[in-house]
Design a protein around this ligand. Structure first.
Ligand code: ZN
Length: 270
């Protein structure tokens, strides 16, 4: 072997070892995922990032909206059961007109006040919070982090393999690799994460006794809102297009309605 290919082989062996050590199973879907972080590391990462966001963004003091995210968020977090270790659930309302919500590892969930311009009921809020909570239980943040670590390692290996080539070839190959690593590897995985969070989130919402059909009314309204404002084409966005998403949700509905009916049957009479 040439020295460069021997180095590449060594790097590939190291990557393979990491892949074997860093595999986890996503709850509810059973998908194998890359995750080098322990539940405690995820929690610490989430806490640090969330504290930073709370310092930088204005926390809203709307008592009604805040009560809604606490009420619905807690109820869904209870429906999660054993799907997550070491989560410290926290739901914070931020002053921001965009209809959005986000989740960080360890159970940190942020909701924008603007989300309430689109959400019309607790059932619809449960769809959004179920989705965000699913990102936490499915360790999607840690998965993306692990993927980017691996991508950096891959870039290092490529750089080593190309060390005998002339400067311009090397720069071109590294640039092409960089594009592939972000558009080719990172984005499709993230889109997979989005669809997975939709599915797992629906399971949680239904299990907590919220009507899963609210996902259809919510995403149809969201589609109308985003069409008014304009948005990037699907292939460069981390989110599936609204039509794709609505089609997938419709396909999930029979199974989700079963979970919902079962949860409602188990509820003590009011
Ligand atoms: Zn998401």
């Amino acid at each position: 072997m040439k020295p460069a290919s021997r180095l590449l082989f060594t790097a590939a062996a190291a990557v393979a070892a990491i892949l074997l050590a860093g595999c986890e199973t996503v709850p509810e879907t059973g998908r194998r995922q890359l995750n080098f972080l322990s539940p405690d590391q995820e929690l610490q990462m989430g806490i640090t990032a969330f504290e930073q966001i709370k310092k930088e963004q204005k926390i809203a003091d709307d008592p009604i909206k805040n009560a809604a995210i606490q009420r619905v968020g807690r109820r869904i977090a209870e429906a999660v059961g054993d799907d997550v270790e070491d989560a410290e659930w926290e739901f914070v309302l931020f002053e921001d007109d965009t209809p959005n919500a986000f989740a960080l590892p360890g159970g940190k969930v942020g909701v924008h006040t603007g989300l309430f311009d689109v959400v019309e009921s607790d059932d619809e809020l449960a769809i959004v919070l179920g989705h965000e909570i699913a990102h936490v239980t499915a360790s999607h943040g840690a998965e993306r982090y692990s993927q980017s670590m691996l991508a950096a390692l891959g870039g290092l290996a490529l750089g080593t393999a190309l060390s005998g080539e002339d400067e311009s070839t090397r720069r071109l190959a590294m640039a092409a690799y960089g594009l592939g690593a972000s558009v080719g590897v990172m984005l499709p995985y993230s889109r997979l994460n989005e669809s997975e969070a939709d599915e797992i989130g629906l399971i949680y919402a239904a299990r907590a006794g919220y009507d899963p059909r609210a996902a259809l009314s919510f995403w149809k309204r969201m589609k109308a809102v985003s069409e008014e404002s304009g948005k990037p084409p699907e292939w460069l966005s981390t989110h599936p297009s609204d039509d794709t998403r609505i089609r997938r949700l419709e396909a999930l509905m029979p199974r989700m309605l079963e979970i919902y009916e079962k949860a409602r049957g188990e509820e003590p009479p009011a």
